[in-house]
Design a protein around this ligand. Structure first.
Ligand code: ZN
Length: 363
């Protein structure tokens, strides 16, 4: 590291005379450091990107001659390992032009903020996205939002798969389509709109019905992440799980049950799979009294969704995808996350902690 600097988003604050908080106020990022003598605070103030590591150590020794230089070097290494330090002297990244750096500089700031992994440069995350390929299956409410977020975020190749045409009842939530698109194939309209959002990335599409694991397998082997934004046919999540377990492809799904929105993210080989959770749920149900529903419950209801529920589910799926591609932020994988729009308070993570030996897919 040429000139170590505390990341601007992690600027430390001194509380009283004996405690320093670094990393802001966000849980999962911030940390408190005891500092009764003011030595840590002095070190952090010197890490402003204007000095080499040797100069920081020398200047700190002048301010606190009682502490050896080895302590300073160890503390700087600790701060780097903790993800609070970047190199103010980093060169411009190879592979990202000036226009791309301008386009993504606010993304860089947020990634840098959420990232606790030491990186070669502050642009590493964007470069990972630039080299990534994601297939979005289903360009409905969830898929429109998810695909749009991936494209504007700079994912290098986004491929859209969808069989249907645009209908009037789609326009309350499927944000890539306008009234002029009514009757057009969704995939045609979506690709056109996505390309207008970002000409720096590759956007492709296929008007295709996913009617079984064979189609999914073809898609899964060509991409880094499968983002499943379709809920039909009903077996599609189970198929995607089985196929991605076999191909080793990471996958994400986003969706909602009325006002309860959620996403799941799975990295095969890193923990329980989607079917493990279904096995665990069936086991849980066995111990409960039998449930009875009214006879009318089987009648079809209107699909309940708006731009908020579908959009948040799409954003959660996109966020999970960006996390799988970059490790920023490092989310728990192989589980489901949910969020309740009625209370805006209850978020939850679901799923067994470890793979089930009796899982039909990965056991
Ligand atoms: Zn499993």
């Amino acid at each position: 590291m040429r000139r170590p600097r505390i990341k601007p988003e992690h600027l430390p604050v001194r509380h009283g005379g004996d405690r320093v908080r670094i990393g802001g106020v966000v849980r999962g990022i911030a940390a408190d450091i005891d500092d009764p003598g003011g030595w840590v605070w002095a070190l952090l103030e010197l890490l402003d990107g204007s000095r080499t590591t040797d100069q920081v150590v020398a200047d700190l020794a002048r301010l606190h001659p009682q502490r050896p230089g080895a302590d300073a070097r160890a503390a700087i290494d600790d701060l780097i390992r903790a993800g609070y330090v970047e190199d103010a002297g980093e060169p411009d990244p190879a592979g990202l032009g000036a226009a791309e750096r301008e386009r993504y500089r606010r993304s860089r700031a947020l990634f840098r903020w959420m990232d606790r992994t030491p990186r070669r440069t502050s642009w590493d995350t964007q470069l990972l996205l630039r080299g990534a390929r994601v297939v979005v299956i289903g360009i409905g409410g969830v898929g429109c939002t998810a695909a749009q977020t991936l494209v504007v975020s700079g994912v290098g190749h986004v491929h859209c798969v969808e069989p249907d045409v645009v209908e009037l009842s789609n326009l309350n939530r499927q944000i890539l389509f306008t009234e002029r698109d009514l009757g057009r194939p969704k995939v045609t309209a979506a690709v056109e709109r996505l390309r207008a959002h970002n000409s720096e990335v590759r956007v492709t599409g296929a008007r295709l019905l996913v009617d079984g694991p064979a189609v999914l397998r073809t898609l899964a082997i060509g991409y880094d992440v499968v983002l499943l934004a379709a809920d039909e046919p009903p077996e599609i999540r189970a198929w995607t799980n089985q196929v991605c377990q076999a191909t080793g492809t990471a996958w994400v799904h986003g969706g909602y049950h009325g006002p309860q929105v959620g996403c799941g993210l799975y990295a095969p080989g890193a923990g329980p799979c989607y079917d493990c959770a279904r096995v665990a749920e069936r086991e849980r149900q066995v111990g409960l009294p039998p449930r009875t529903f009214p006879a009318a419950a089987g009648k079809p209801r209107v699909h309940a969704a708006n731009a908020v529920s579908a959009g948040i589910a799409g954003q959660l799926a996109a966020h999970a995808t960006l996390s799988l591609l970059t490790g920023v932020p490092r989310l728990r994988t192989n589980c489901e996350f949910g969020f309740n729009l009625v209370t805006l308070q209850d978020s939850f993570a679901l799923g067994p902690e470890s793979p089930r030996p009796d899982c039909p897919t990965c056991g």
